[in-house]
Design a binder for this molecule. Structure first.
Ligand code: DX5
Ligand code: ZN
Length: 217
């Protein structure tokens, strides 16, 4: 499976976001991971669709928008219009409408993804595996960069990849987000993830291109 590296601009310089995403593209990133936090679903506030629109002209890379927001359905269209290529909604933000929210994203011609928190069981992501373009497994409590990878995530990834095989979607993109380092990435890839979010690891690197290359395992 193709391994994709999605650096999170949360760990980058917010004063020069355009330059930040340009630099990610130059250094071999596959996606630009945009951590949208609304101060409600998670305590911090980061940025919204306006910032996504502002960085859009600085890169051809897909903008992978991780919406840590309540009532995600009401936000989808503004991120589509801002230029998002992938939109990820939290199962916990709207448990009753996960499939509807994915369908809504897809109807705009944008890739749709669902995500579960560390406290949410893998099974809650299974229905989404049927129709999503990607699924995301949080390996830290969402809200902050620079946390430690929760080791139980590995077993969750294995169960989700096995489920994808079982339902005839063995190549579904499975993204992992939080605490990924050059040391633990091999286990994460072996467990079944193939899209790797990395904030601190990429932005604190002495050589960003080399670090992104090494994160490919
Ligand atoms: C956490 C965010 C992550 C975070 C990853 O809420 O969703 O994308 O920025 O940062 P690191 O790689 O530093 O854990
Ligand atoms: Zn994220």
């Amino acid at each position: 499976m193709k391994i994709k590296i999605a650096p999170s601009i949360l760990a980058g310089d917010f004063a020069t976001l355009g330059e930040t995403v340009r630099r990610l593209e130059e250094n071999g990133a596959d996606y630009v991971h945009c951590d949208v936090m609304d101060g409600n679903f998670v305590p911090p506030i980061t940025f919204g669709a306006q910032a996504v629109r502002a960085i859009r002209p600085y890169t051809r890379l897909p903008l992978d928008c991780h919406l840590m927001v309540t009532r995600p359905a009401s936000r989808i269209e503004e991120f589509v219009k801002a230029g998002a290529d992938i939109i990820t909604v939290h199962v916990e933000a709207d448990r009753e409408n996960v499939l509807e929210n994915l369908a809504k994203i897809k109807a705009f011609g944008v890739k749709a993804s669902a995500v579960i928190n560390p406290a949410t069981r893998a099974e809650e992501l299974f229905p989404a595996c049927e129709i999503a373009d990607m699924v995301l497994v949080m390996s830290v409590v969402p809200g902050w960069g620079g946390q430690k990878f929760i080791p139980e995530t590995l077993e969750k990834l294995e169960r989700i990849r096995s489920h994808c095989v079982r339902i005839g979607r063995p190549d579904l993109d499975i993204e992992v987000d939080g605490g990924v380092t050059e040391e633990n990435v091999k286990d994460i890839l072996a467990a079944g993830a193939n899209v790797i979010v990395a904030g601190s690891t990429v932005f604190k690197a002495a050589d960003m291109a080399a670090t992104i290359a090494r994160l490919r395992g």
